[in-house]
Design a protein around this ligand. Structure first.
Ligand code: PMP
Length: 336
């Protein structure tokens, strides 16, 4: 018999898949890592369990405790899944731009969700950070997970995600491309790869409107503005974001992210979210620049299911002014 004692040990060991149609024969190999195959459906599962188990060991999280977190959804699922197995209560705050499906998914695990306005600065008392902090302070026996400023978020990717990629590629890796949200994935994996070889390029992907690109280029915060892609980009610097591991930060538009996510599904059969589309858009560009013989790894943080009523809907794409390809027509010529 082969089985897992709980769903939590089924986290990780996600497959790497080579892109066939989105890259040309003279381009570098692009391997996407299907993080949506984790039991909670995203790259955040490892991190959630890593942080919770560390907090248990250090006594910060006690029996019968409540975990509080501000989350765009995926961390919440990882945390709620672990909390269900381990018997903790969960309260999440989430900005209102996030899909209804994401909120309902958290509720399905028995968590409480508090929706906060998206378009307020991080330091506003109404922001999802401030509300989470306040709830944690007011709730007895609570643990504020705080992924945005947690070194354990970075450590989870350094100890778990990156070594897995290293093993799967046999160390034959020339570039790592990942979207920047909290920065945990890039800071942890990027550090691991640079320690293995400083020649490995770490390329961050940032939506236009987020501050990371200008922080990387100039060391200064830009004026943030709202964009539609979910899970990447920030309006502040996060403690989990270590810009020093990066060789480059490339900006993507919402249209580029969504068009590429749609192409991934239609042309490669890979059903992933908008941040995956953003990262693959940059990886496909980089594959042309690096050329044949090089290998690029791109984690795809979550799956497409949560976005069916958004960018996978032609109507939604049109309503939001994004290009839509009809069947068989392709979208390569679209101006995005
Ligand atoms: N994509 C999605 C869909 C996410 O939920 C996240 C996490 N916010 C990321 C990308 C970025 O990962 P990280 O927080 O590790 O930078």
């Amino acid at each position: 018999m082969s089985y897992h004692e709980t769903v939590l040990s089924a986290i990780g060991h996600t497959p790497l898949v080579r892109l066939q149609k989105l890259v040309g024969p003279d381009d570098a190999t692009v391997l996407v890592k299907l993080e949506y195959m984790n039991p909670g459906g995203s790259i955040k599962d490892r991190m959630a369990v890593h942080i919770i188990e560390k907090a248990e060991r250090s006594g910060l999280l006690k029996k019968g405790g409540t975990i509080v977190e501000n989350t765009s959804g995926n961390t919440g699922v990882g945390v709620a899944m672990a909390a269900a197995v381990k018997g903790y209560r969960c309260i999440f705050t989430m900005p209102d731009k996030m899909s209804k499906e994401k909120q309902d998914t958290l509720k399905a695990f028995g968590a409480q969700v508090i929706v906060t306005p998206t378009n307020v600065p991080a330091d506003s008392p109404d922001s999802y950070y401030s509300v989470a902090k306040r709830i944690a302070a007011e709730t007895p026996n609570s643990f504020y997970l705080n992924q945005y400023h947690s070194v354990d978020n970075v450590e989870a990717h350094y100890r778990l995600t990156a070594p897995e990629i290293w093993e799967q590629t046999g160390g034959k890796l020339d570039a790592f491309v990942a979207g920047l949200g909290t920065g945990g994935t890039m800071s942890g994996c990027g550090k691991f790869f640079k320690e293995k070889s400083p020649k490995i390029l770490n390329v961050g992907v940032d939506p236009i409107g987020s501050v990371y690109h200008s922080m990387f280029e100039t060391g200064k915060l830009s004026q943030p503005h709202v964009y539609k892609v979910e899970g990447i980009g920030e309006d502040m610097m996060c403690g989990a974001m270590d810009l020093s591991v990066l060789d480059d930060v490339r900006q993507v538009t919402d249209a580029q992210s969504f068009v590429m996510a749609r192409r991934l599904a239609r042309e490669e059969g890979v059903f992933a979210g908008g941040s995956s589309g953003a990262a693959v858009h940059v990886a496909v560009q980089l594959a042309k620049e690096l050329g044949k013989g090089k290998t690029i790894v791109v984690p795809l943080p979550d799956g497409g299911r949560a976005y069916i009523s958004k960018f996978f809907s032609d109507e939604w794409m049109r309503d939001n002014g994004f290009p839509v390809a009809t069947a068989g027509e392709g979208v390569s010529g679209a101006t995005v």
